[in-house]
Design a protein. Structure first.
Length: 373
């Protein structure tokens, strides 16, 4: 009688087969993990791009809707001639000049067709000050030369270091306030001084003779405001930056990066054109007319529309069968915007097909200007 021996363990062949199966399973697991991780990164990057773009549009829209705050535009919207003196520029800004002092949302066109625009918003009070309330008045004494002290019916909000604006029949005069003597009763009105430059930047220097017309008693409108404050949005090194007044240093500005992965900013003026339905026309801030709009043209600006290009910074690998990136095709790029020429930065242009982008557009009304009309 033959007795068979029992077999224990694995043979070498069985071990080799098990190793092969295990390696195949490992490859499959890591392949699935790699695909899932790539999809997760793409989704996360797209979410970041959407969030960055939404924040950028929100910030610009919020500031732009408040542009022009601090001035009674209903009174001074009719200014067709602005007289002032800028000591920093070394001379008068006369006749129809000085439009930049009334353009509350000035677009700076990019240096080239692919350059990013800038938007400079003008306020007549610090935008961080929630307490200021403007109050315009009338002159209680005629002013027939730019060196006379001013005697308004009320000097409300007039303070040394601030500014004052007079208007009559379309002619306006802007000056710096260097001192205020309060009213001592109905017989002695308040006096607002505007001493010559350099005491006040926007006052004519001593010895400068100019004919700026006459502003008549009880006819010319008058208002004081804290000053000219500007907030500028622009693109620098793939991020949105804002330049604004520095609260820690009066008169100084600070530039702060606020939103990353914003590649391009384009903007257009929405101007009043009664010949169209609806009566608004969109124009680029270029050329002799809108590159530096006159006072009359500034009065036609009613809105600004913006387009920004946000980046999903996750590099998308090209398909293995073609070896060519197709995350963003030329057809997709052509459809980014119906009006704006949006472009990735030069260092990204050769590989822009390997990235995903998100475009945001918004039409922003200038509320303070609209309410004045």
């Amino acid at each position: 009688m033959i007795r068979s021996r029992s077999n224990r363990g694995f043979t070498l062949i069985e071990i080799m087969v098990g190793l092969v199966i295990g390696l195949i399973a490992t490859v499959i697991i890591f392949q699935v993990f790699e695909v899932a991780e790539r999809q997760k990164r793409t989704t996360t990057g797209t979410s970041d791009a959407q969030g960055n773009g939404a924040i950028a549009v929100f910030m610009m829209e919020r500031h732009m809707k408040m542009a022009g705050a601090g001035l009674n535009h209903d009174t001074f919207e009719g200014c067709t001639t602005l007289h002032t003196f800028d000591a920093d520029l070394g001379g008068p800004i006369d006749a129809t000049g000085g439009s930049s002092l009334f353009n509350v949302a000035a677009i700076g066109d990019g240096a080239s067709p692919s350059g990013s625009d800038t938007i400079t918003l003008l306020y007549y009070d610090d935008p961080s000050n929630p307490e200021f309330r403007y109050s315009d008045s009338l002159l209680s004494a005629t002013v027939n030369n730019p060196s006379l002290d001013l005697q308004p019916l009320t000097a409300h909000n007039c303070n040394a270091g601030g500014m004052a604006l007079m208007a009559q029949s379309g002619t306006c005069m802007l000056m710096s306030v260097t001192g205020v003597t309060p009213s001592s009763g109905t017989s002695t009105p308040a006096t607002v001084r505007h001493d010559p430059a350099p005491a006040g930047r926007y006052n004519p220097a001593a010895g400068v003779s100019m004919s700026w017309g006459s502003y008549n008693k009880y006819s010319a409108r008058f208002q004081c405001f804290p000053g000219l404050f500007r907030v500028t949005y622009g693109i620098n090194t793939r991020q949105l930056e804002v330049t604004e007044p520095d609260p820690a240093v009066p008169g100084a500005t600070r530039t702060t990066p606020v939103v990353p992965d914003i590649l391009d900013l384009q903007a257009q003026y929405g101007i009043d054109n009664p010949a169209l339905v609806p009566p608004i026309e969109w124009v680029d801030a270029t050329g002799a007319t809108w590159g530096a709009p006159s006072l009359a043209d500034v009065r036609r600006i009613r809105a600004v529309r913006v387009a920004i290009l946000a980046l999903n910074s996750e590099y998308q690998k090209p398909p293995t069968d073609t070896g060519v990136c197709d995350a963003t095709t030329d057809a997709m790029r052509a459809g980014w915007s119906s009006w704006a020429n949006l472009n990735p930065p030069a260092d990204l242009t050769p590989d822009f097909h390997c990235y995903r982008f998100k475009v945001f557009e918004s039409v922003i009304p200038l509320r303070n200007i609209l309410w004045a009309n």
